[in-house]
Design a protein around this ligand. Structure first.
Ligand code: HEM
Length: 387
């Protein structure tokens, strides 16, 4: 699967903004013939209607014809994928989210309190964003308290490793997968009130149950899908609220907070939480373009979410924007399973910061914040704040 050459040949002068070329390209058509960083011809989609057509149409598959099928993971198509999603829905129920919410809120308040107590300047990324997101994933998976430190170390190591350093990736993953495998086993023997135990216990009359490999891949998938995406949403969100959105002070009001978090999601640009490429499994016509069987199609949500037909003044970061029908979590059968958790987590982090540190400020201008440059989830590598 071609997951790594995600950059397209358009200049991106700021990692906080989509390539300026999208605005001109969009005037001609929301469907653009282009090529990936690896030189593979591809279609770029930046129109909301066209993005929805592609993402909801089973004729556009995540796997390429002839790729070895990975039937035990969500990076899959058709009935195998649909079954996994149905079984997983048991673990992402409203009951589960309600029970998670107070725990997430508490994690946020405690982390911000610790950062405040240590005093400024502080690296918000290290002290709040990373431990916050890992704390939530650990709660969901039910990682025992005594294992959390080891788990954090592996999780951060595998998330920030540059993917072509094969050795590092293999080593980190091997240890993490071994740990997760033992965790799945312990949930089988002693189920608790967590998502992994719920998934272990699911025995759906129609869909059966998840086998150990499926459970392992699900747990690993929550980390790869949920960690840096949410860390980036928190840090980039804080940067934008402070520098473009009037600061954090007003966000103790729940309604204002809710609108601001949706705008953080909408406005987020760059390669983080973007869709996987799709491959046409048949000839398909979209917006007057003939997409041939086998063609690669890349939907860029950062483009869709700046469409002027859907959003007035789309490049403006407006924390009070309403309505805000963004597509930050995708669309169709692969829509983000963790959207509700991401919302809970980002909201809790911003609320805790607004409550405890309403005067939060950056110590350097926005364009001097260092970025990781990671190919899949580029984001700040640190965010030094003061108050
Ligand atoms: C701000 C944070 C997040 C963003 C922007 C985001 C974005 C997305 C998007 C756009 C997709 C669809 C991909 C596609 O169609 O190719 C997706 C899928 C997915 N996300 Fe998220 N996500 C976030 C947080 C999370 C969290 C917290 C979790 C887990 C707890 C998670 C787990 C997943 C998984 C497992 C999939 C694959 C679903 C499937 O293929 O059926 N994500 N995410």
């Amino acid at each position: 699967m071609e997951l790594l050459n995600f950059e397209l040949p358009y200049d991106r002068p700021s990692p906080l903004e989509p390539p300026p070329a999208y605005a001109d390209l969009r005037k001609d058509s929301p469907v653009i013939r282009t090529q990936t960083g690896a030189g593979t011809p591809a279609w770029l989609i930046i129109g909301p209607k066209e993005a929805q057509s592609v993402l909801s149409d089973r004729r556009f598959a995540i796997t390429r014809e002839g790729d070895p099928p990975d039937v035990e993971s969500l990076l899959n198509d058709g009935e195998n994928h649909a079954r996994l999603r149905r079984v997983m829905a048991h673990g992402f129920s409203a009951r589960m989210m309600n029970s998670l919410k107070p725990k997430v809120d508490r994690i946020a308040e405690e982390l911000v309190e610790e950062m405040r107590a240590a005093g400024p300047p502080a690296n918000l990324m290290e002290l709040v964003a990373h431990p916050m997101v890992l704390g939530v994933i650990t709660q969901m998976l039910g990682v025992p308290v005594e294992d959390r430190e080891r788990f954090y170390k592996w999780a951060i190591a595998v998330s920030v490793v540059i993917i072509d350093e094969e050795q590092g990736l293999a080593q980190g993953w091997a240890e993490l997968l071994e740990f997760l495998s033992a965790l799945v086993q312990s949930k089988r023997e002693q189920p608790q009130d967590d998502l992994l135990s719920t998934l272990v216990a699911v025995r759906d009359s129609e869909d059966g149950r998840l086998n150990d490999t499926e459970l392992l891949k699900t747990a690993a998938g929550l980390l790869t899908g949920g960690q840096l995406t949410t860390v980036n949403a928190i840090t980039i969100g804080v940067m934008k609220l402070i520098e473009m959105g009037g600061g954090l002070a007003g966000l103790t009001d729940e309604h204002k907070l809710e609108l601001a978090v949706e705008e953080i999601f909408r406005h987020q640009a760059g390669i983080s939480g973007e869709t996987f490429p799709r491959y046409a499994r048949a000839d398909v016509e979209i917006a007057g373009h003939h997409i041939a069987e086998g063609d690669m199609v890349i939907v860029r949500l950062e483009g869709v979410n700046r469409d002027p037909a859907l959003f007035s003044d789309p490049d403006k970061f407006d924390p009070a924007r309403s309505p805000n029908p963004h597509m930050r979590f995708g669309y169709g059968p692969h829509r983000c399973v963790g959207a509700a958790i991401a919302r809970l987590t980002v909201t809790a982090a911003i609320r805790a910061l607004a409550n405890q540190l309403p005067t939060l400020a950056l110590t350097v201008p926005l364009d001097e914040v260092p970025w990781t440059g990671l190919p899949l989830d580029n984001g700040p590598s640190e965010l030094i704040v003061t108050w």
